[in-house]
Design a protein around this ligand. Structure first.
Ligand code: PXL
Length: 274
């Protein structure tokens, strides 16, 4: 067997296993890549208190040390970022990725978790915008995040998404995917892709009563793995959309509070489990 392609996630742990590094590493494995994780935060949820989230930050110097280890092996085919707790951590990651500009970077600018309205602190959003977006091969904001990054406030329709995508592209991201997802009116989940030349819309039917916790992380991780496997970014985005749609279809109710995607859905639709 030849050596696997390496993929790196720089993200938080969702203690319920649906989002964050759990989603990323499972997705990397489904694609047949060798996943590595650098942990940035630990997110816990309290079943006694309506699943309210607790977030513990990993110190920036520990994030830095993890990245030194991660880059000490074979070449990393592609990396992604997820939940980042503060500007210090963002800066450490940007410093490292500036030394490894030949490693494609997927920036999932996580600002909020489903079911929680807390937005990350403004300095953090600024740091993501100024330090990571310029390094991004692909960035995958949802409607809310795209509005924040483009400084347009709330977005409501495809025209707003196009405007935001163009502004985020001007900030340096090579390809911007604005995820309309379930939030847009109508019965299709629409994502808008902009590469500086053309707008491409990717549509899929909205999955009814979707158990979709972790869908954003899974989508970005799938793009990362596709790029590491040699797909061009647009092809990687198209394949990731199919991968995450099937993961959502395979989603399940974890408890009364949350329903995660099942990251193995795409493979299990094609193959029996081991
Ligand atoms: O879905 C956003 C997200 C990302 N990363 C971690 C999370 C969550 C939401 O719960 O816990 C670690």
């Amino acid at each position: 067997m030849t050596k696997p392609n390496l993929t790196l996630t720089i993200a938080g742990n969702d203690a319920s296993g649906g989002a964050g590094i759990a989603a990323d590493l499972k997705t990397f494995a489904e694609y047949g890549t060798y996943g590595i994780a650098a942990l940035t935060t630990i997110a816990t949820m309290d079943p006694e208190n309506n699943w309210s989230h607790g977030v513990t930050a990993i110190n920036a110097h520990v994030v830095k040390d993890q990245l030194v280890t991660a880059f000490a092996g074979p070449k990393i085919g592609a990396a992604k970022t997820g939940m980042l707790p503060d500007a210090d951590v963002v800066n450490v990651i940007a410093d490292k990725m500036e030394q490894h500009r030949d490693t494609p970077l997927v920036v999932d600018p996580v600002m909020v978790c489903k079911g929680e309205d807390e937005v990350l602190n403004p300095q953090n959003v600024e740091a993501i915008k100024n330090r990571l977006i310029p390094l991004a091969t692909v960035t995958t904001p949802n409607l809310f995040e795209a509005g924040q990054l483009a400084e347009l406030g709330l977005l409501f329709n495809l025209e707003d998404m196009k405007k935001a995508a163009k502004i985020i592209h001007e900030k340096g991201a090579k390809i911007v995917v604005v995820k309309g997802g379930k939030a847009l009116a109508g019965n299709e989940a629409i994502d808008l892709v902009y590469d500086g030349n053309e707008y491409i819309t990717l549509t899929s039917p909205k999955v009814e009563n979707a158990n979709n916790h972790g869908a954003g992380c899974t989508f970005a991780a799938a793009i990362t793995a596709g790029i590491a496997q040699g797909l061009d970014p647009i092809e990687a985005i198209r394949k990731a959309k199919t991968f995450v749609t099937e993961a959502i279809e395979a989603g399940f109710e974890y408890n009364e509070f949350v329903g995660p995607v099942f990251h193995s859905g795409y493979r299990l639709n094609r193959q029996d489990s081991i």
